[in-house]
Design a binder for this molecule. Structure first.
Ligand SMILES: O=C(O)[C@H](O)[C@@H](O)[C@H](O)[C@H](O)COP(=O)(O)O
Length: 233
């Protein structure tokens, strides 16, 4: 099992402020030591308060690259696009100056979208300073869905691929996702979950090891990176 650090909060507002402070500290460290920093965030409904709290952090955001852990293959202005969620809730206030690098979603095929996105991310080639994951009640994280067609390659930390397309029945749309390698290579890995149901899913994931059944286990049962689990009811 990974070196798991549990951070429980009385409510979702306190969690959002604490997670934003932790991520901001990591970004400030990257800016101070390397002059630039990078952050990967997840989509879905959970991160909104966290994004808004982080958007107020006093950082040199112009030197911070923001990218998505994963994206739904829909037009950029579609209501399900994670890029829109980031633009509305994170890229505002002080964070409006951040350099957001969205996935390429308008190429001919998902595989071409993944390759073009990988090229865009590779230009910055450095380790993420922080990566914030979510989790679904089916035990997916990023777009590592049970039954995903390229799930095995996506979870192979020896793969040279950083971005892969994923088709999975439970995913809604076809997805693009960072692979496990760059996620676990991040200097700070957080899993942000809320509610009693997801706490139960987390306990089940921690209690078992079958990764295909609950792909979040690939993050929870590894020795490469400590994992900070943030939870509120
Ligand atoms: O595109 C996505 O859906 C996310 O990146 C995904 O991994 C998300 O973190 C979980 O599905 C949880 O989503 P909720 O926060 O909506 O429960």
């Amino acid at each position: 099992m990974a070196d798991i650090h549990r951070h429980d909060y009385a409510d979702r507002e306190r969690l959002a402020e604490a997670l934003a402070a932790g991520v901001a500290a990591k970004l400030a460290g990257g800016l101070a030591t390397r002059g630039h920093a990078s952050l990967a965030v997840s989509g879905g409904s959970t991160p909104r308060r966290f994004f808004e709290a982080l958007s107020r952090a006093d950082l040199d955001w112009g030197s911070v690259m923001v990218l998505l852990v994963d994206e739904r293959l829909v037009p950029p202005d579609h209501e399900r696009a994670n890029a829109g969620l980031v633009r509305r809730h994170l890229l505002q206030n002080r964070a409006a100056d951040a350099r957001f690098v969205p996935y390429v979603v308008d190429a001919h095929t998902p595989a071409e979208c993944a390759r073009l996105s990988e090229e865009a991310f590779a230009q910055d080639g450095h380790r993420l300073d922080a990566c914030v994951l979510g989790m679904g009640t089916d035990g997916h994280t990023a777009s590592f869905f049970p039954g995903g067609d390229l799930l095995t390659e996506a979870l192979d930390t020896r793969s040279h691929r950083k971005v892969l397309p994923i088709y999975a029945q439970g995913a809604g749309e076809p997805r693009l996702t960072l692979t496990l390698g760059p996620i676990l290579d991040a200097r700070f890995v957080a899993l942000h979950i809320e509610g009693d149901e997801k706490r139960g899913v987390l306990e089940t994931a921690l209690a078992g090891t079958e990764t295909a059944e609950m792909p979040v286990r690939a993050v929870l049962h590894q020795s490469a990176a400590p994992v900070h689990v943030f939870w509120a009811p």
